[in-house]
Design a protein around this ligand. Structure first.
Ligand SMILES: [Fe+2]
Length: 336
């Protein structure tokens, strides 16, 4: 894929994932105890059908925003598999801390959707070396949050290291900006039992798209992601583990984080009704320094992107009407 004309100075940082949950109380407790997020504050968020409570939580250098939507349709694996949009947040833990984190989850009674220990208590390596090229393979788990919503966690995974034939040779070194180790652990004021010596960082967002090539081009052109690879992969369907799910997958990179796309050609386009009235993983928020906002707005307007102004930034809709928010200045300020 050709490099896009995206302005090289516009460097996003991952800021947060927006989740719709049934109960803030329940979810603040879950994300705090299980993943080490600390509650920063609560606000009100405005939707077409009225306002709702929003809680902003922080772990290391990134955030999660929980919106309380008690009347929304509960999360289901069937709806996960049969719609498009932002599907899962993936966090990375160092390989040498993976088993410790896994055991912590097990001790807390966390439900494993993928990557549960076997009968003998062994922690599985889900993707073997042959599939991903990573020596020793990759350990991966999907766990369910308080509403059953999947969160993915994997060991060290920098796919560009394992794919020597990358079409975009520059992608591997594009905007390298490692997160300082002291920004990866739970906040100093965090009071839960999440192990302080386990650094969790944002790795990628999983997105279901209708047309993989179209979405790859769009994310390159509009958001400056770099295409790393595409392949056919076999996964387990969350709604039926007996059916092998053979799907076209692509990995893209922007700065130090990734987007993982799954091609689901038969799933319907996202719509506001579904977005607002179902629980689950809803939006990806990237932050951009304030002095770059005007440049980005002009670039996206010239490109005829579907954008809407929101407080502190903009929302952009991808070809499947999946939304990505871009806001913020200082990443630590907790912009919406
Ligand atoms: Fe993923």
């Amino acid at each position: 894929m050709a490099a896009s004309s995206f302005p090289q100075t516009a460097r996003f940082k991952y800021h947060h994932t927006g989740m719709f949950v049934s109960s803030l109380k329940k979810s603040i407790a879950w994300y705090g105890e299980i993943l080490g997020y600390r509650l920063l504050d609560k606000q009100r968020a405005v939707f077409a059908d009225g306002e709702c409570d929003l809680a902003r939580l922080k772990h290391g250098d990134h955030y999660i925003h929980l919106f309380e939507r008690p009347r929304a349709t509960p999360y289901s694996d069937g709806a996960y598999m049969n719609t498009l949009g932002i599907k899962h947040l993936d966090l990375q833990v160092p390989d040498d801390k993976y088993d410790e984190l896994h055991r912590y989850f097990a001790s807390k009674g966390v439900v494993f959707l993928v990557g549960a220990p076997d009968a003998a208590g062994n922690i599985p390596t889900v993707h073997n070396e042959k599939i991903l090229g990573k020596p020793g393979g990759l350990k991966v788990m999907y766990i369910r949050d308080a509403d059953g919503i999947p969160i993915e966690i994997n060991g060290d995974y920098r796919p560009e290291l394992y794919y020597p034939d990358l079409p975009d040779k520059d992608a591997a070194k594009y905007f390298p900006a490692p997160v300082p180790p002291n920004e990866l652990g739970p906040d100093p004021e965090y009071e839960g039992s999440f192990p302080r010596d386990i650094p969790l960082r944002y790795h990628h967002t999983g997105i279901f798209v209708r047309d993989l090539d179209r979405s790859i081009r769009w994310y390159e052109e509009m958001l400056g992601y770099r295409f790393l690879y595409r392949r056919k992969g076999t996964y387990a369907r969350f709604d039926d583990f007996s059916v092998p799910w053979i799907v076209n997958v692509a990995m893209l990179k922007h700065g130090e984080f990734y987007a993982e796309m799954f091609e689901m050609p038969d799933n319907p386009e996202c719509n506001e009704e579904q977005y607002q009235n179902t629980l689950g993983t809803k939006h990806l928020n990237l932050s951009l320094p304030a002095d770059q906002h005007e440049l980005l707005w002009k670039y996206l307007t010239d490109k005829r992107a579907e954008i809407v102004a929101i407080p502190g930034g903009l929302e952009i809709f991808d070809p499947d009407h999946t939304r990505v928010e871009i806001s913020g200045g200082e990443v630590t300020r907790g912009a919406m």
